[in-house]
Design a protein around this ligand. Sequence first.
Ligand code: AMP
Ligand code: ZN
Length: 464
Amino acid sequence: MIEIKLNNTLTGKKEVFLPIHKNEVRMYNCGPTVYFFPHIGNMRSYILADILRRTIEYSGSKVKQVINITDVGHLVSDGDEGEDKIEKSAQKEGKTAFDIARFYENAYYQDLKDLNIKSDDTKFPRATEHIKEQIEILKILEEKGFAYKTSDGLYFDTSKFKDYGKLGNINIKEQKEGARIETNIEKRNPSDFALWKYSPSASGGEKRLQEWESPWGVGFPGWHIECSAMSRKYLDQPFDIHTGGIDHIPVHHNNEIAQSECAFGVPLANFWLHNEFITVEGEKMSKSLGNIFTISDLKKRQIHPLAFRLWLLSGHYRSPMNFTWDAVLGAHKTLEKLIFEFDNLSKEDIDKETIEKFESFLGDDLDTPKALALLHNAFNLKKSKKTIQEMDKILGLNFSFLSKKIKENISDEVMELKNERDTARKEKNWQKSDELREEIEKEGYLLEDKNDQSILRKNLSSLI
Ligand code: AMP
Ligand code: ZN
């Protein structure tokens, strides 16, 4: 059992984490908007959720996890103006909104799998399949006087919620003063946000690809309401932990809080955790800036997705990480070396001292950089396999699996080359031995020489 302290965005403090329900932690992670392939910046959010989940499970509690699938309502402006990301993508690709959403949702599941992110029993509710639940909350907000109508939809009146902006201590006044000229002059306050937006078809215009009937007119839900509705449905309110990237603090998460707390009079979640960005040359990785890389881009360059995981964990989740190809390539080489070394470790019992330190690092606001330094140290000191496996329960680098895989299904052809080379080495024919090594490496294998023996393994890229 380890004590877990987490930096709570809600209070700005590191606090001891105590679950609401004994032995079951309920966690909601803001999920992907499925209009394009997730980029590796997006995946940082889910690696944070995974490390958190594994740490809690390690400490002895079950985790009930929900990641929403945003398949409607997220507009290109990330605010209340502009096209719906899904509709825009559907038009661009000449497909239905449904096909677009399902296609990129599946791409997201593939990335989760590649990154060894636990998700077998994770619930992935889709916004479009919870319209009824969203409308129910909007009705309550309207009845309680928190909502008002404009010509383009139903809006939340943020001036009616005295705690508006409390997450991350957002200064609404400053935001208001600095706000760009509002395109929607019917809003009562610049920070007010759409709960429901009308489709053009509601006023005789074109039908949207996705639209529904509602008490206010045909339309679609605002982006934030799905999270209030689906977290409540599957996790109840309040639940334990809510996570996302830091870009969600000022608007999306404060709006979720406003809706949920005003509708039901209790907090939405007790702990809020936010990951910093992955940047490229110092700028946020984002589709709009055109500086994105995906897990498939890494794979195309022969970089194993778990090398990306290793690289990412070398930074704390609250520090920005600047992506470079050299950095992930370096991580790939390091991971490959560690997997080989893992194979040579002893079968002794867990080294208790190492594991105690490991637990205290993870328990201290998920300090993965320190945990990784300890992992490297454990390898250097040739601690046992079981010690590494214990750490891997949380780090999720999959040492046991990968070290098995690199020895499986070695082709007869390469085995023959290895035998030939072993003979050349015995005969001290170094030139031939070097040539054969080169040939073997070209086939995607690596050799480790041990006295007059050699060990043949696949390289890490060949497991992609
Ligand atoms: P989206 O699919 O746009 O809703 O974003 C999914 C998640 O990725 C959210 O939690 C975002 O805050 C997060 N995110 C977006 N860009 C980055 C980035 N460059 N680095 C880290 N997290 C990001
Ligand atoms: Zn959300």
